[in-house]
Design a protein around this ligand. Structure first.
Ligand SMILES: [Fe+2]
Ligand SMILES: [Fe+2]
Length: 186
């Protein structure tokens, strides 16, 4: 049983949105106009799905269990991942702050937006690489079958806590498709 598969599946969706944000950054650099609604919806995705839903499960459920189980052995790796989560959260708040000015065509806001987009995309891609390739395989080795089962149940509880009729994953899948449509239908 692979308990980190749920998190890796969420990474695929996050990477899809990161690709669109990267595309928007490149287009902004060359003077193309990206509708403000794209960034508003993208930040709703990043804030609700990537930051609050996905990072919460990693930090408070997976890291918490690993910290207890390995008695500090993985604390340095988890410290780095936590720091990256914090920096990503900061970028989201900087992008949100820049949006009013961006919608009012203020060049300074375009500057803030470009700066935070570049950092966000780069940091989160590196972060996902570290988790998928190094940290999650390490976690799979460290946890017993019973611990993985319990963790899987906690992931499901978290989803039920936040879920409505459609799951939070499906809702955000639809949002990611909407973002792709905005970017590709201009
Ligand atoms: Fe993470
Ligand atoms: Fe992650």
């Amino acid at each position: 049983m692979k308990v980190t598969q749920t998190l890796t599946n969420e990474h695929y969706l996050i990477l899809k949105v990161l690709q669109l944000l990267n595309q928007s950054r490149k287009e902004l650099e060359s003077g193309k106009i990206i509708p403000g609604i794209f960034f508003e919806k993208a930040m709703a995705f990043c804030s609700d799905f990537a930051d609050q839903f996905h990072h919460f499960k990693e930090e408070f459920l997976l890291f918490g269990l690993l910290s207890y189980k390995k008695e500090g052995e993985l604390d340095s790796a988890m410290g780095t991942l936590r720091y990256q989560h914090e920096r990503c959260k900061h970028c989201i708040s900087q992008i949100k702050k820049a949006l009013d000015g961006y919608n009012n065509k203020k060049e300074m806001s375009v500057t803030f937006l470009l700066e935070s987009l570049a950092v966000y995309v780069s940091l989160l891609r590196r972060h996902i690489y570290l988790e998928d390739q190094i940290f999650f395989p390490m976690a799979e080795k460290a946890l017993s079958t019973a611990e993985k089962k319990s963790l899987q149940e906690q992931f499901a509880d978290e989803e039920n806590r936040l879920g409505s009729k459609e799951s939070i994953f499906e809702r955000n899948q639809i949002l990611a498709d909407e973002l792709a449509m905005i970017m590709n239908s201009r």
